[in-house]
Design a protein around this ligand. Structure first.
Ligand code: G3H
Length: 482
């Protein structure tokens, strides 16, 4: 790791050698390469996955529960020996700080153990009796087929595995494509997959989506598209499938989670939570707070103190101690954020913090924008980066209308003290989004909680418990009890 010279940017295809190189944006060194597959190779991979599933007759979908558990346990034991390598790659490839990289690895290991436990408890042998008809249903849970999994760059290990692990343990066979930024990250684990699962159960493809994932979808043998990322990619891939009506979807997509700061909110707490909510991993989280609605009565104090706190955050390289903001893995992100800032300023917003919008090579310091209005791009788009729009409100009813009108519906953070008074507000908010965080920022974890969203934010539910269900179907044997 870290040897070699700068040759290409992250994820760039080398036409001559048919490889994709991953270069650290931070050290400017070549970290490694993976093969760039062509369409024919990708379709060969699909053949392997289909052969292992064999339309449901294969050895993996029909394997005993104990065998699948044994394979998964073997895998996670081997995975643990690769912690250092994977953590380093998380820092070097996508710029995640050391503690966050370690957390991502450890959280994933825990996720696998919890999945194994949940799989053991699954309602696979329950029975339902219809007294009227004197029929017993012996209920099972079966796999769905061949799954194409695409993970995002912000959690290239954890979220890829949040799809792959439950899909595999339920008896599906899987083809996964690592994210462009973080393409090497799973390489240290490929051997563990090979050692732990029968051939064809876990497969990997490398390359541009349109060159490897699209042909696989076009072939028509994919049963499930599982993707965490943006809806544009999800729609483009779905559109390739010749039998869209039978394609199942498990999707984690965009969100524009709002924070609502009520007049009686504990401002110290609200500010601390909004800092981590908006800026953990530079705001590159689907669960990040992407807009703050602050009540007119307290907005002056909130804005002043919040802007000050943002300027106190420490920017540095991922391996530096106590670093809170790190360089961005997407080279064009600073320019995009700058465009949002310029647009907002042209339409009447100001940058509240002194350092806001300062640009270095591959970073832009978070800008706190106020007052933001509906006509601004930063209000309409999921910024997925370091820029924080703040919008004032007076009427909670109007704010609820606004949240209800959004195309997204993942989570909300609500800050206020009088719980009795805000109870009806919570009752409405849970019908607009899928999780209301009381006096805390939005987040996916703990992984045993359901993770999903309404409208354009998700299809299906993830989490240790729900993902096993998302990647399976209930089947049963009916028999008359004589
Ligand atoms: O990008 C979306 C992730 O699911 C966020 O996960 O809330 O644990 O950071 P997190």
């Amino acid at each position: 790791l870290g040897n070699g010279e700068l040759k290409t940017w992250n994820g760039k295809k080398d036409e001559v050698h048919s490889t994709i190189s991953s270069t650290s944006e931070y050290s400017k060194t070549l970290l490694g390469t993976v093969p760039h597959m062509d369409e024919a190779t990708a379709l060969e991979v699909l053949d392997h996955a289909c052969k292992a599933f064999d339309k449901g007759k294969g050895t993996w979908p029909t394997a005993k529960v104990s065998f699948r558990i044994k394979c998964m346990e073997k895998f996670v034991e081997q995975m643990k020996t690769k912690r250092e390598e994977v953590v380093k790659l998380l820092m070097w490839e996508i710029g995640k700080s050391l503690p966050d990289s370690e957390k991502e690895f450890d959280r994933t290991v825990e996720y696998i153990y919890d999945t194994i436990e949940d799989y053991k408890q699954l309602d696979r042998n329950s029975a339902k009796f219809s007294k009227r008809d004197n029929v017993n249903a012996h209920i099972r849970r079966g796999p769905l087929g061949v799954v194409l999994c695409l993970g995002p760059y912000n959690y290239p290990l954890n979220e890829t595995f949040a799809l792959l692990i439950p899909a595999v343990i339920m008896g599906n066979t899987v083809i996964f494509k690592p994210a462009k930024h973080g393409v090497l990250l799973l390489s240290p684990l490929l051997e563990a997959f090979r050692n732990s699962f029968p051939p064809g159960v876990v497969n990997v493809i490398y390359g541009r989506g349109r060159e490897v994932a699209a042909p696989i979808m076009k072939d028509g043998r994919i049963d499930v598209l599982a993707l965490i990322g943006n809806s544009k990619s999800a729609i483009a891939l779905q559109d390739q499938h010749p039998h869209k009506n039978r394609l199942r979807l498990v999707l984690g997509l965009e969100a524009k989670n709002p924070a609502i700061i009520l007049p009686d909110a504990d401002l110290d707490l609200a500010i601390a939570e909004c800092i981590s909510g908006t800026l953990s991993f530079n705001g590159q989280r689907c669960t990040a707070l992407k807009i703050i609605h602050v009540h007119e009565d307290i907005r002056e104090e909130f804005n002043k103190r919040f802007a000050q706190k943002v300027d106190e955050l420490k920017f540095g390289n991922p391996w530096e101690e106590k670093v809170q903001l790190t360089p961005l893995p997407e080279p064009d992100k600073p320019q995009y954020i700058q465009e949002l800032i310029t647009d907002a300023k042209e339409k009447g917003a100001e940058i509240l913090n002194a350092k806001g919008g300062q640009v270095s090579e591959n970073y832009i310091f978070p800008a706190v924008l106020y007052p933001v209005s509906k006509d601004m791009r930063v209000y309409q788009e999921e910024q997925f980066g370091p820029v924080i729009p703040i919008k004032p409100f007076n009427s909670i009813e109007e704010l609820l209308d606004e949240i209800a009108d959004s195309n997204y519906g993942q989570q909300v953070s609500l800050f206020g003290k009088d719980i009795e008074q805000i109870a009806p507000l919570i009752d409405t908010l849970v019908n607009l989004v899928c999780r209301v965080n009381l006096n805390s920022s939005c987040q996916r974890g703990p992984d045993v909680f359901p993770f999903t969203g309404r409208k354009d934010s998700a299809v299906g539910t993830l989490s240790v418990h729900d993902a096993l269900r998302s990647f399976s179907i209930r089947t049963f044997v009916a028999s008359k009890d004589n």
